[in-house]
Write a protein that binds this ligand. Structure first.
Ligand code: IPD
Length: 272
């Protein structure tokens, strides 16, 4: 499964690399005007779906750019053809293909991720993980960092596309930023989670992730020793995903809980 995920993601990455036009245009928008889809997102996902249908015909498929495909095996391939589409659109180097296979319900808090691969298109870095089999980048085993407290931690995060969500995320950020070493917003949750796995980020949190943004990256992070979860004892998912080594990640969880970071938008936050 790990090898198949790697093969799928790397082949798709080659398709993205080779086919990137000089000027990328927006083919359509999704949740709102700033949430783009390009022709490449669609073409790559279609090719991933064709290969999975040929090689794993009994498995289900959940992808960012297409309809869900039902299966009979209990396994689901979770696909993001380009995670970091805005970076791809602008030519900022952080975008990746993310491929994972999970067992059970298609919900990050309840599924069992079995294998995954994140392939960073521009620099070619390839992170893979298998459940119980560790995480690696290009053959090198990965281990999360052990920062000396929250105040010494470099924290990755991201923002959604909806204005009201972003406004709330900015409020939460105002609580986090003064208490950490610094913040990075690189634009691909899949890559963020892999950077966490190799110690290039100490901690990561984000509200609003879709299953395909995090399926492979969360497994890579967990297999590199990260705790990956949500707030208030919940699992990771759209409401909140937090990752990092214990015990420092616990400090971030407490801070985010105090800031009401997983509270639905429109409900009063700590500053209201
Ligand atoms: C986005 C990226 C980004 C994150 C957004 C995601 P997309 O995925 O992962 O880093 O902050 O929440 O939607 O739209 O580029 O596939």
């Amino acid at each position: 499964m790990r090898e198949l995920a790697r093969s799928l993601a790397c082949e798709a990455g080659e398709q993205v690399r080779a086919g990137r036009p000089e000027r990328v245009t927006v083919a359509a928008t999704k949740s709102n005007d700033v949430d783009p889809v390009t022709d490449m997102d669609r073409a790559v996902e279609a090719q991933l779906r064709r290969r999975i249908a040929a090689e794993r015909p009994d498995d289900a498929i959940l992808g960012e750019e297409g309809d869900d495909v039902a299966g009979t095996s209990g396994l689901t391939w979770v696909l993001d053809p380009i995670d970091g589409t805005v970076n791809y659109l602008y030519g900022v180097a952080s975008y990746a293909v993310s491929v994972a296979v999970v067992a059970g319900p298609v919900d990050p808090a309840r599924w069992t991720a079995l294998a995954g691969c994140v392939h960073s298109v521009v620099d070619g870095h390839t992170w893979t993980a298998a459940r119980g089999g560790g995480a690696e980048r290009d053959g090198r085993p990965l281990r999360v960092s052990r920062p000396d407290g929250l105040s010494r931690s470099l924290v990755g995060t991201g923002f959604g596309y909806a204005p009201e969500r972003r406004a709330r995320q900015a409020e939460v950020l105002a609580h986090v930023l003064p208490r950490v070493r610094d913040i990075r917003r690189l634009g691909s949750a899949a890559i963020d989670l892999c950077l966490l796995a190799e110690g290039a980020l100490d901690l990561y949190y984000e509200r609003g992730l879709n299953p395909w943004d995090m399926a492979a990256g969360a497994l890579v992070a967990a297999e590199a020793g990260a705790w990956v979860g949500g707030l208030h004892g919940r699992g990771p998912g759209s409401a909140m995903t937090v990752a990092g080594a214990t015990p420092v990640v616990d400090e971030l969880v407490r801070l985010l809980e105090a800031a009401g970071a997983d509270r639905p938008e429109g409900m009063p936050g700590p500053d209201d």
